[in-house]
Design a protein. Structure first.
Length: 207
């Protein structure tokens, strides 16, 4: 049986720094080390690009010292996509976290191709648009053609995202264990192919 300690040791520990000033950032990250009970954090991200240059300098130092394995940046709005693209080209962070979904596809235009070209991992937030994707499909049944690769609307939306070759992982949030199980199931089985992705997009546009 997997114990809590085993799960901790096998987990990919990712968190964020979200403050201004070098020392405040260091203090916040040290606090994360204590709370996560980790001498090395897998991924530390500058959240919402707040005081970006200051914290990126610290993260580079921490990565060189082995205190973090990877460094990254995050944002959740499409208005920040151009800035994220510039950061990929200029700084080549290990990870970029951004909003991307079947209903918010703007990242496909520049950021995702750049990330793939530069070897930058993409972590997707807001895959359900705060529940907006579910509200849009309403009480509709999952189409029969979609059951070839998914079993629920949640998996439908997640597999659309995961099928993009630049996407590394998706982070849907939930407090419901059943939803968590359903989300995790999107990581199994095949992903939709190009023809099915086109059909998913047409279906979405026609809703």
């Amino acid at each position: 049986m997997l114990t809590a300690l085993d799960a901790h040791d096998e987990s990919f520990l990712a968190t964020k720094v979200w403050t201004r000033g070098r020392q405040d950032g260091i203090d916040q990250m040290r606090r994360s080390e204590i709370l996560l009970e980790a001498s090395t954090i897998d991924l530390m991200q500058v959240h919402n690009l707040v005081d970006l240059e200051t914290h990126m300098a610290t993260l580079r130092d921490w990565k060189a010292e082995g205190r973090i394995r990877y460094l990254g940046v995050t944002h959740y709005t499409t208005s920040a996509l151009d800035q994220l693209a510039d950061i990929i080209e200029r700084d080549q962070p290990d990870f970029v976290q951004l909003a991307y979904s079947i209903g918010v596809p703007e990242a496909e235009e520049r950021v995702l191709p750049l990330a793939r070209d530069h070897g930058v991992a993409i972590m997707v937030n807001r895959p359900y648009e705060g529940g907006g994707t579910f509200r849009r499909v309403g009480e509709r049944e999952l189409p029969e053609w979609a059951r070839a690769f998914c079993d629920s609307w949640g998996q439908f939306f997640l597999k659309y995202i995961l099928a993009h070759p630049a996407v590394t992982c998706v982070i849907p949030g939930t407090s419901d264990p059943e939803h968590m199980d359903d989300n995790a199931a999107a990581g199994f089985g095949r992903l939709p192919d190009e023809e099915e992705l086109s059909r998913m997009r047409r279906f979405w546009e026609e809703l």
